[in-house]
Design a protein around this ligand. Structure first.
Ligand SMILES: [Zn+2]
Length: 724
């Protein structure tokens, strides 16, 4: 699972000067002395020669061959296959971590229209002759993970996208959804299906149907499967509707690991469990329902792309039956490492989830294929005598699709260790979520996000990797950003990596709960078969990435980023760049329609951000930019400085958490209930609810963290200069 939200371009100034040229005779890499940069470049060149598109294709075929949802025998079998592979590749301490998790799978699900005529929904996807995998009987029927069970017959109401403003409009039309069955579209605008479920539950609906309108991911967008990347008439977007924006992971162990024997809250107290009956529908099953309505026509914005008259309500009664098997099942996280040669207690973590709703061609097997090429290449590098300085840990997560479960339980189990040792987590959910065959000459967009402090190093790394178009990934990144934002003005380096990080993938526990730096990497483009039976090897090998070159380009970028973090003399955190982004966030908050300068002043926060910026720039000038200085530094001084840099990230955590959802503890980053990114979450939510005393309190907490981090950066500078 990964939300597909358009990246917003930033308008902050570039605080670092970027060299756009290819690496020269004397390479310069953020965080490396001149001598070590040369060695790093040799290591990276050797590493980049190893990933093979043919091998990525083979991994992809094997891992996407059959459906493998969480807790299924096939997904558990794949855990063993990954563990065996990692051992063969030379990885160390390969372990299977088992969790006992509240799981949810369908016993029986059905839908029929009982008036004005009878229609029995098929709830199945058509098989296509060209694609053997589409005939697999293990491809499930339509269901949502963690739907409530029940049987209800009621009148049907169309509520557009199922967001709160849609119910407002219905109310203005005099239409109540109380006790009714509501049908909504997936997008327009996008919101996470678990937000649509909570909204319908709050509105008092009896059940919720979410269908894929062709306007969003079907024929309106282009050719449909198997001729193109978009969803055909019977495709079903499965998914979970967990309220994991309140607390992710096993709903019965909020904040602690689901180890065997763990304490559990009763189901009635599990805040992330929906109480609503819900199911997904293809547009083929939705159309008979929608076209049988005879009530008032909808406003134009609510019309979809089906050749029918869209109406709010009238005449249609449906019978929904959902029987879910909700009980404890084992989930498995596979873990392995290459122990660092010099700093084994500093970790760089790479990970990808394993479970898929069906074959998972894009989500997550594209990421899995890229990861297995990454681990194969890093294992080979170790055999060739290039063990990284820091430890690289790799994880294959389980149950991401349900509630980010495997990564959350693992992060909660090893919270103390991770808060001491983890330098950064590099997540890849979908490595290729787009069709190279329809992307045009510039190719797929490189769509990446990073905590603002790591954005400069990520942009720098992209200059050393080649994109399938033949350009550097950096040039391809700029070109596709201009194309997709329909501008002829090239983005600055500061605008490339998106510093707004929402939820919806496995980075969440590390950033939002543990205060560690995270990066998300992936290519995106046309893709309309998300979470359907057609998200498979045929889609990827004929439509998505027929040459598998995007898979290996992603492997190279992932590896170069990991190697730089693992081998750097000085960890390449840039707090001047971080501060520039924070200033942008503040200016945006002041433009928020709920912001009232009579009630709250952000003047002190602007001042604190400016002080943080100055301290960050001064430290960067004294360390990262002058590699000669770090050449002379002792190992002890470097380690002290790196510990201080990591502490800055930790200091963004507020132990009290965001008001109302304390599992989310990061003061800078969180996600809205829609999964959209949310900056200064506690402060912004207080402003948006006009709770001014709470807003003042949240502003103070942010200010305190900025003061603490400014002092820490100043101390780091003093300590650093005293060390020479
Ligand atoms: Zn995914």
């Amino acid at each position: 699972m990964k939300t597909l939200l358009a990246a917003a371009l930033l308008t902050c100034s570039a605080l670092w000067a970027a060299e756009a040229t290819e690496p020269a005779a004397t390479p310069s890499i953020l965080g490396f002395t001149a001598a070590h940069a040369e060695r790093e470049q040799r290591i990276e060149t050797a590493f980049q020669a190893l990933p093979s598109p043919q091998q990525a294709r083979a991994w992809h075929r094997e891992f996407s061959a059959r459906p493998h949802p969480a807790a299924s025998p096939r997904n558990n079998e794949l855990a063993g296959i990954i563990a065996a592979e990692w051992r063969r590749q030379g990885w160390e301490q390969v372990r299977l971590r088992r969790y006992e998790v509240l799981h949810s799978s369908p016993r029986s699900v059905s839908l029929e229209m009982t008036a004005p005529r009878h229609y029995q929904a098929g709830l199945r996807e058509d098989a296509y002759d060209v694609d053997d995998a589409s005939r697999d009987p293990d491809i499930s029927s339509a269901y949502f993970g963690y739907s409530a069970s029940g049987d209800v017959t009621a009148e049907l109401v169309y509520a557009h996208s199922g967001n709160p403003e849609d119910y407002e409009l219905l109310r203005k039309q005099g239409i109540s959804v109380q006790g009714k069955i509501v049908i909504v579209r997936y997008s327009n605008p996008y919101s996470y299906r678990g937000f649509k479920a909570l909204t319908a539950e709050r509105e008092g609906a009896a059940a919720l149907l979410i269908y894929s309108d062709p306007a969003e991911d079907g024929y309106t967008r282009g050719k449909v499967f198997p001729d193109g990347p978009w969803g055909p008439e019977s495709h079903i977007q499965r998914g979970a509707i967990t309220y994991d924006y309140i607390v992710p992971g096993d709903p019965t162990t909020p904040g602690w690991p689901s180890l065997p024997g763990a304490r559990r809250v009763p189901l009635t107290e599990a805040r992330s469990l929906p109480k609503l009956i819900a199911m997904p529908l293809s547009w083929r099953d939705a159309k008979p329902l929608l076209e049988s309505m005879d009530g008032p026509e909808v406003v134009p914005e609510w019309r979809g792309a089906l050749p029918i008259t869209y109406r709010y309500t009238g005449a249609v009664t449906v019978h929904v039956h959902v029987d879910m098997d909700t009980r404890i099942k084992p989930y498995t996280v596979v873990e392995a490492r290459i122990t660092g040669s010099e700093l084994p207690d500093e970790w760089v973590l790479v990970g990808n989830h394993r479970d898929a709703w069906a074959g998972g061609g894009v989500d997550p097997v594209s990421g899995t294929a890229s990861m297995l090429e990454l681990t194969r290449a890093l294992g080979q590098q170790k055999r060739n005598g290039h063990r990284p300085r820091r430890t690289i840990v790799a994880c294959s997560w389980d149950g991401e699709e349900y509630a980010l479960t495997g990564s959350t339980e693992w992060g909660e189990q090893f919270a103390d260790v991770l808060q001491r040792k983890l330098v950064a987590y590099l997540n890849v959910d979908e490595s290729v979520a787009g069709a190279a065959t329809t992307a045009g000459p510039e190719g797929l967009a490189f769509d990446s996000s990073a905590v603002a402090s790591l954005s400069p190093m990520l942009v720098e790394a992209s200059k050393s990797v080649r994109a399938p178009s033949g350009k550097s990934l950096y040039e391809a990144w700029r070109a596709t950003a201009m194309r997709d934002h329909k501008t002829t003005t090239p983005p600055t380096d500061a605008e490339l990596a998106d510093p707004r990080i929402g939820s919806g993938s496995d980075h969440t526990v590390f950033l939002n709960h543990l205060g560690r730096a995270v990066i998300n990497l992936g290519f995106t483009g046309d893709y309309g078969v998300y979470h359907s039976g057609y998200d498979d090897h045929y889609w990827m090998s004929h439509i998505g990435d027929p040459t598998f070159e995007y898979h290996t380009a992603l492997t190279r970028m992932w590896g170069v980023t990991a190697l730089r973090l693992a081998n750097a003399d000085i960890l390449p955190f840039d707090y001047g760049a971080n501060a520039a982004v924070l200033e942008t966030f503040l200016l945006e908050l002041e433009k928020n329609s709920h912001f009232d300068p009579q009630q709250l002043s952000l003047a002190a926060l602007h001042q604190r951000v400016a002080e943080f910026a100055a301290a960050g720039q001064a430290l960067r000038a004294a360390t990262l930019a002058t590699s000669a200085a770090s050449a002379a530094a002792s190992a002890r001084h470097l380690q002290h400085l790196n510990a201080q840099l990591l502490q800055v990230e930790s200091n963004w955590l507020d132990p009290a958490g965001i008001p109302g959802r304390p599992w989310f503890r990061h003061l800078l980053y969180s996600a809205r209930y829609t999964y959209a990114h949310l900056e200064f979450p506690g402060l912004t939510e207080a402003v948006e609810s006009s709770n001014w005393p709470l807003a003042a309190d949240q502003a103070q907490r942010l200010e305190a963290a900025l003061v603490k981090n400014t002092q820490l950066l100043r101390n780091a500078l003093t300590d650093w200069q005293g060390g020479h």
